[in-house]
Design a protein around this ligand. Structure first.
Ligand code: PLP
Length: 503
C-alpha cells in the first residue's frame, strides 16, 4: 500500500493513500475538515505552509492548495497574506451543536458561585450530545442536508409572514397552532393508522422537550421507569434528570422483553419503548409483543411512551399500527418529531396524549415556554397542505435507501467479513458488530484520526456487559463520501489488526 503520512503537533496525522481512487486533494481536505470539526485542530491554530505539507506528503503543491482553497471557501480556514493559513476563529457550524464528546461530565471545579440545586447538579452529570453536527461519514441521526428543499421552505416562511394577521402577533395557544395539529392528526390516521383528535395533539420543540414534559408531568422522585437496554440516551437523560429510578430491561429480537422487565421491577410507573424501530438496534416490535406490553401496562397501571422517531423511512414491508392505536385505556403517549423527516434545527415535534391528561401537559407547556414559535408552525402547515411534506418524504425514502445500498455494497467489497453488518429495513443507520473482545470506544477513537465519525454501540447500554459495535449513519452522507469513508474504515480495521492481532 502506497501511503504517506505527516503530522501537525502530536495529535494529528494526515494519511494520503495513493491506491485510493479518491483524489489526493480530497483525501487531504476531508482529513483537515474532520480534524477541525472534532477539535484536534483548534481555532486560530496555524497550518503548515502548503509547500511543507506538499513536501512531507509527497503531493504536488497544487493538490495541497486546492484542498486549502476548498476549506477557505467554506469558511474553515483563513489566510493572512504573507503569514500563512490559520483555522478560522469562528467556524461555520459554531452556531450549531457543541463539539462532540459523548457523555461530557462537568467536574466540581468547573462550577463557580453558590452552585446549582440538586436538580441542577443532575444536568451537569448528563449529556445528550453525541458527535459532530455535520455530515462527516458516518455521522448518525442526521437527515440529508444536501437534499433539503431550502428555497421552497424559504418561500413558505416568507408566505407565512405575508399572511400574518394582528391576532397572530401576541401569545398563541400553548398546545400549538390548531390547523397544524389538525393536519398532524389526519396525517397520523393515514400513515400510522393512529386515529386521534387534534385536541389530543400538543406541539413541542421536539422529542427531547416531549420527554422532559413527560418526566415533569408524570414522574415523582424515585419512580421506577423501564427503559430499553440498549436504549435511547435522550430518554435516559430526561428521566434521570427528573430523579427517576431507571430499570434497564433487555431487548430481544422482538424488542423490550416484558417478562425480563417484570422480573427486574414488576411495578414501573412508566415504560419507554421505540417499537417501530428499536433505537439503536433496529428491530420492529411484532404485534404480539405490543399487545403483551399493553396488557401488562394496563394491569399494573403504568404509562407507555412510544417514540416513533423515524418511522417514515421504511424500505421493506409495511409498518405495523402504532401501539397508541391499540390503546383502550388511555395510557399510551405517542412521540413524533420533525428532526428526522425535516431538520433537527427546526425544533418541532409533538405529543399525542390521552385526552384525560392533555390539559395538564398544555398547562405545563405554557409555564415552561408558553408555546412553540407560531410562524414556523404556519409554514409547516402549508408544507403539509401543498403535498410538499409527502413529496419530500418520498424523495428521502428513496435517497436513503440508495445510500444504504451503496454503503452495504462498499462494506461487502472493501471491509468484507472483518465486521458483521446487516441491512436496516427502516431508518437512517445500520450497525456493524465487533467481536466482544474489541473495544468499540478504542475503534471509534482511531476512526476519528482517519477522518470518519462512528458512534460506539456500548454507550447505549447501562449494564456492564455491553455489546461492542459501530453505529453507522448513511442518510446524511453523499455517495462519494460514503465510498471514501468505507476506505478509511478499512484502514482502521487494518491498523487495529496490525496493533492488536484482532479487530
Ligand atoms: C430515538 C430517538 N428519538 C427521538 C429523536 C429526536 O429527538 P429531537 O426531536 O429532540 O431532535 C432522536 C434523535 O436523534 C432519536 O434518536
Amino acid at each position: 500500500m502506497k501511503r504517506s503520512v505527516t503530522s501537525i503537533g502530536s495529535l494529528i496525522a494526515f494519511i494520503i493513500d495513493r491506491d485510493d481512487k479518491t483524489p489526493v486533494y480530497k483525501q487531504l481536505y476531508y482529513q483537515i475538515h474532520a480534524a477541525i470539526l472534532d477539535g484536534r485542530l483548534e481555532a486560530g491554530s496555524r497550518l503548515p505552509a502548503s509547500r511543507i505539507l506538499a513536501q512531507e506528503l509527497g503531493l504536488s503543491r497544487n493538490s495541497v492548495v486546492t484542498a486549502l482553497d476548498h476549506l477557505h471557501a467554506e469558511g474553515y480556514v483563513i489566510s493572512r497574506t504573507g503569514d500563512g493559513t490559520y483555522v478560522a476563529d469562528s467556524l461555520p457550524e459554531e452556531h450549531l451543536a457543541p463539539r462532540s464528546g459523548l457523555l461530557h461530565i462537568m467536574t466540581d471545579d468547573a462550577i463557580l458561585g453558590p452552585g446549582p440545586s440538586e436538580r441542577g447538579r443532575l444536568f451537569t452529570e448528563l449529556s445528550v450530545t453525541a458527535g459532530p453536527a455535520l455530515p462527516i461519514p458516518f455521522v448518525a441521526d442526521l437527515p440529508a442536508f444536501d437534499a433539503f428543499p431550502l428555497p421552497l421552505w424559504k418561500r413558505f416562511m416568507v408566505q407565512s409572514w405575508q399572511e400574518v394577521r394582528p391576532t397572530m402577533l401576541g401569545y398563541a395557544d400553548p398546545a400549538g397552532f390548531r390547523p397544524l395539529r389538525k393536519i398532524i392528526a389526519s396525517h397520523l390516521g393515514a400513515s400510522r393508522l393512529l386515529r386521534c383528535q387534534s385536541s389530543e395533539v400538543v406541539m413541542t420543540s421536539g422529542s427531547q422537550q416531549s420527554l422532559d414534559l413527560i418526566s415533569r408531568v408524570l414522574l415523582d422522585q424515585g419512580d421506577p421507569v423501564w427503559i430499553e437496554e440498549p436504549g435511547y440516551i435522550g430518554a435516559r437523560c430526561a428521566f434521570l434528570a427528573a430523579g427517576a429510578r431507571l430499570i434497564p430491561v433487555p431487548v430481544d429480537e422482538a424488542g423490550l422483553n416484558v417478562e425480563a422487565g417484570r422480573a427486574l421491577e414488576p411495578h414501573p410507573r412508566l415504560i419507554f419503548i421505540s417499537p417501530s424501530r428499536q433505537y439503536p438496534l433496529g428491530m420492529t416490535m411484532p404485534m404480539a409483543r405490543r399487545q403483551a406490553l399493553l396488557d401488562y401496562a394496563e394491569r399494573i397501571g403504568a404509562w407507555v411512551i412510544e417514540d416513533d422517531y423515524d418511522c417514515e423511512f421504511r424500505y421493506r414491508g409495511s409498518p405495523l399500527p402504532a401501539v397508541r392505536s391499540l390503546d383502550r385505556s388511555q395510557r399510551v403517549i405517542y412521540l413524533g418529531t420533525f428532526s428526522k423527516s425535516l431538520l433537527p434545527s427546526f425544533r418541532l415535534g409533538y405529543l399525542v396524549l390521552p385526552e384525560t391528561i392533555q390539559p395538564v401537559f398544555t398547562k405545563a407547556k405554557a409555564i415552561i415556554d408558553r408555546h412553540p414559535p407560531l410562524l414556523e408552525q404556519i409554514a409547516l402547515g402549508s408544507f403539509f397542505k401543498t403535498g410538499q411534506f409527502a413529496a419530500h418524504i418520498r424523495r428521502m425514502r428513496q435517497l436513503y435507501h440508495e445510500r444504504q445500498d451503496v454503503l452495504l455494497d462498499e462494506l461487502h467489497q472493501v471491509v468484507g467479513s472483518a465486521l458483521t453488518f446487516t441491512a436496516a429495513d427502516t431508518g437512517m443507520h445500520l450497525i456493524a458488530f465487533l467481536p466482544d473482545n474489541v473495544s468499540d470506544l478504542a475503534f471509534c477513537d482511531l476512526a476519528r484520526e482517519y477522518g470518519i465519525s462512528l458512534r460506539p454501540l456500548s454507550i447505549y447500554y447501562l449494564s456492564d456487559r455491553p455489546k461492542q459495535g459501530l453505529i453507522m449513519g448513511f442518510a446524511a452522507i453523499p455517495v462519494a463520501r460514503i465510498r471514501w469513508g468505507v476506505k478509511q474504515l478499512r484502514k482502521v480495521v487494518d491498523q487495529m489488526l496490525s496493533q492488536k492481532g484482532t479487530i
